[in-house]
Ligand binder design. Structure first.
Ligand code: WTA
Length: 683
């Protein structure tokens, strides 16, 4: 139970952290912060000097326009300077900083006992080899490459190889369906796809190549330019078999699976065959700081995923700097971020940020509950993890099993804990703090977005007194404001729209191929500001508290979904005439999907139909989008202009009778009926 007043209580950093900390006190943070926002050119200019630039930057350090009424929105940091991000992450760490023998990643497979590691030098060699492979396949600077892989080292190698030759990677989460993958391949016009035979997630086998093939077929039907598919032999990996044979018994289940990946010799090629004989040297492509680095799709409120585009220079310095300060990175750290690389957290804080700092990280293929619910803590002990970054949904899931599985493991190596992805409820925060971290480790509750490239609001471990549930204060270079509905900046204690007033280096530059949409989504509502789409409250001490999405998005287990996307998946079913989807609180996932459907004539609402609809959404979008509740609605509440009022449906889903003004509805009579036929949400 959270005690009254607990949310207001301050949790101060422990004195042990202070001596080595990059920012050892609140006044120290305030000084650095002040400089970062008042003199951004000098502040980031000094940081940029720590990186390698082939051609130094001249001219203005930052140029931008944030105001749609004054013309096109644009943001340019260090335009004209040239560099290569992969060179900064690998070559420099190996050659200049002499970190060649340092472990870059400990890879921990789904099955305990299945693990390996890779040093900075080995990683550099593999990346160079694969960059050469890509070039030999005709991939050039500016081309797009889709990567659809589980959490294996080849995923990092593929991303960095793209970055090395100036190609843009578009990583698609391996839990997405063939339709979702196809949509993303088509949107950015990818010429090449990288995937794997199959993998295990917990005890579930995912035949990735089958799904990829289906996506390729669909893409082809729609005129895609995809020509090649490179396949990693992961489950059937031969070179790692313990004794050269494939024993059928655990513990290493991965090695025993004889997966026959379907094969199309015109399109498919094995990764290991292309790699054998490829040179371990590869001249990087020198890119402008403002050249494109990658595209990452995130849900859009129109139902179509948005291709968020990040560029080389700004993203590099922002991911690197935020990693260093927010986790108070020290050279002896073993850092573990549990996020999948298919999301932005895995890009910035599992790949680019840690490698830029020469850090040692854990890359984990599995899930927190397999083979048992102590897996996370056993991995922490195995690798002596010092900094641990996860999501509130994982914390809530593990909380359910009580303290015992946690306490079975020592966790004494832990120094800093982090969370990301959604607001963390104070109860989960306190459990994380007291049970997992034994009141020894500060929690960095980091608020940010795919679009922001890195942390926006966050405590710094040795500087910021924490309040459970608050992402506290802005990171360097970030100037937040809270606006009222009419666009007025609210001072002091206030609640409203969270916006940012000036660019930081990691901000997205556009939506790939859709600049007008970029301007509309993020800059139109309040000219002069970047609009996050999140609600926020500032308390009397100046702490920021994210209150959740205010657009038609929802956050399931830390993954953003748009209600429109789920609605359109439901509408593709022959029985469905209309669908409206709202978010509903969920004890583990944070939010879940509650759907209302009206049916076409001649169809009946049965258990069978509900199952079919759930299956349809899974197949169209992916398992994370599976609805928890589907309610039959003879009709939906709408405004007179025909807009579905999701505000009211949200209240019906929650059984909250306090509806406020319903006089604008075309047919208020339907509401009572919907309340009476609610799904049972108590189970
Ligand atoms: C939510 C994830 C509260 C928020 C890095 C945001 C959070 C969306 C937090 C972005 C947090 C993320 N506290 N809410 N610490 N972190 N969010 O693009 O609604 O997958 O807009 O990026 O997640 O999700 P995305």
């Amino acid at each position: 139970m959270v005690l009254p007043g607990e949310q207001a209580r301050l949790y101060r950093p422990r004195p042990e952290l202070l001596p080595a900390a990059h920012v050892p006190s609140l006044p120290h943070y305030q000084r650095l912060y002040q400089r970062s926002v008042e003199e951004p050119h000098e502040f980031w200019g000094d940081i940029a000097k720590e990186f390698y630039w082939k051609r130094q930057h001249t001219g203005p350090f930052l140029k931008y326009n944030f105001d749609v009424t004054k013309g096109k929105i644009f943001i340019e940091w260090m335009k004209g300077a040239t560099t290569n991000i992969c060179y900064n992450l690998l070559d420099r760490n190996v050659n200049e900083k002499k970190l060649g023998d340092k472990v870059a990643f400990y890879w921990e497979g789904n099955e305990p006992g299945d693990s390996t590691k890779i040093t900075y030098r080995e990683l550099l060699h593999k990346v160079c080899q694969f960059a050469n492979v890509l070039r030999s396949q005709g991939v050039k600077k500016g081309d797009r490459v889709s990567i659809y892989l589980p959490m294996i080292l080849e995923l990092v190698v593929a991303m960095l190889a793209c970055a090395r030759i100036g190609a843009l990677h578009s990583v698609v989460f391996a839990g997405f369906s063939a339709d979702s993958l196809c949509e993303r391949i088509l949107d950015c016009g990818c010429s090449l796809l990288i995937t794997a035979d199959a993998f295990y997630r917990g005890d579930k086998l995912v035949n990735l190549k089958h799904i990829a093939d289906e996506a390729i077929r669909k893409c082809k039907d729609r005129g895609s330019s995809l020509k090649k598919c490179i396949v990693v032999k992961h489950l059937g990996r031969e070179e790692i078999t313990v004794d050269g044979t494939c024993s059928k018994s655990p513990p290493v289940k991965r090695l025993c699976q004889d997966v026959q990946a379907p094969w199309n010799p015109d399109v498919d090629a094995w990764w290991h065959e292309l790699m054998s004989g490829a040179s371990t040297e590869c001249e990087p492509e020198w890119c402008d700081a403002e050249d494109e680095l990658f595209i990452l799709y995130t849900s859009g409120s129109t139902g179509k995923p948005k291709g968020v585009l990040h560029t080389v220079g700004g993203y590099m310095i922002f991911a690197a700097t935020s990693f260093k300060y927010v986790f108070d990175y020290q050279p002896e750290d073993v850092y573990w971020c549990t996020a999948d690389i298919g999301w932005i957290t895995g890009h910035s804080y599992l790949t680019y940020g840690p490698l830029a700092n020469g850090a040692t990280s854990v890359l984990f293929e599995g899930v927190p509950t397999y083979p048992d619910v102590g897996r996370m803590w056993s991995i922490i002990d195995k690798y002596k993890v010092t900094k641990f970054y996860t999501a509130p949904t994982a914390i809530r899931l593990l909380m359910k099993y009580g303290e015992k599985p946690v306490k079975k493991h020592s966790r004494k190596s832990l120094k800093v804990l982090g969370t990301v992805g959604e607001p963390i409820n104070p109860e989960a925060w306190l459990w994380y703090y007291s049970v997992v971290g034994e009141e020894r480790c500060p929690i960095v509750d980091t608020f940010w977005q795919t679009e922001t490239g890195g942390h926006m609001l966050t405590p710094l471990p040795a500087a910021t007194p924490m309040k459970p549930g608050s992402a506290t204060f802005p990171f360097f270079g970030v100037v937040p404001a809270i606006l009222s509905e009419s666009g007025e900046e609210l001072e002091g204690e206030a609640e409203g729209y969270l916006v940012f007033k000036q660019p930081w280096p990691g901000i997205m530059r556009t939506l790939y191929g859709k600049h007008p949409q970029f301007e509309t989504v993020y800059f139109k509502k309040f000219p002069g500001y970047y609009v996050t789409g999140d609600g926020c409250r500032r308390d009397k001490d100046g702490y920021y508290w994210i209150t959740g999405r205010i657009d038609d998005m929802l956050n399931v287990s830390g993954h953003l979904l748009s209600t429109a996307e789920v609605e359109s998946a439901l509408l593709e079913h022959a029985a469905v005439a209309e669908a409206a989807v709202v978010s509903h609180p969920h004890p583990l996932k944070g939010e879940c999907l509650y759907c209302f459907v009206t049916l076409r004539e001649g169809h009946e609402f049965t258990k069978n139909l509900t199952d079919e609809l759930k299956k349809q959404v899974r197949e169209k979008i992916g398992p994370i989008a599976t609805p928890d509740y589907i309610q039959y609605a003879p009709s939906l509440p709408k405004t007179r202009s025909g807009k579905i009022t999701r505000r009211i449906l949200r209240k019906i889903a929650k059984n909250d009778q306090d509806l406020g003004d319903i006089s604008t509805l075309a047919d208020p009579g339907i509401i009572k009926h919907l309340f009476n036929s609610r799904c049972d949400t108590k189970q």
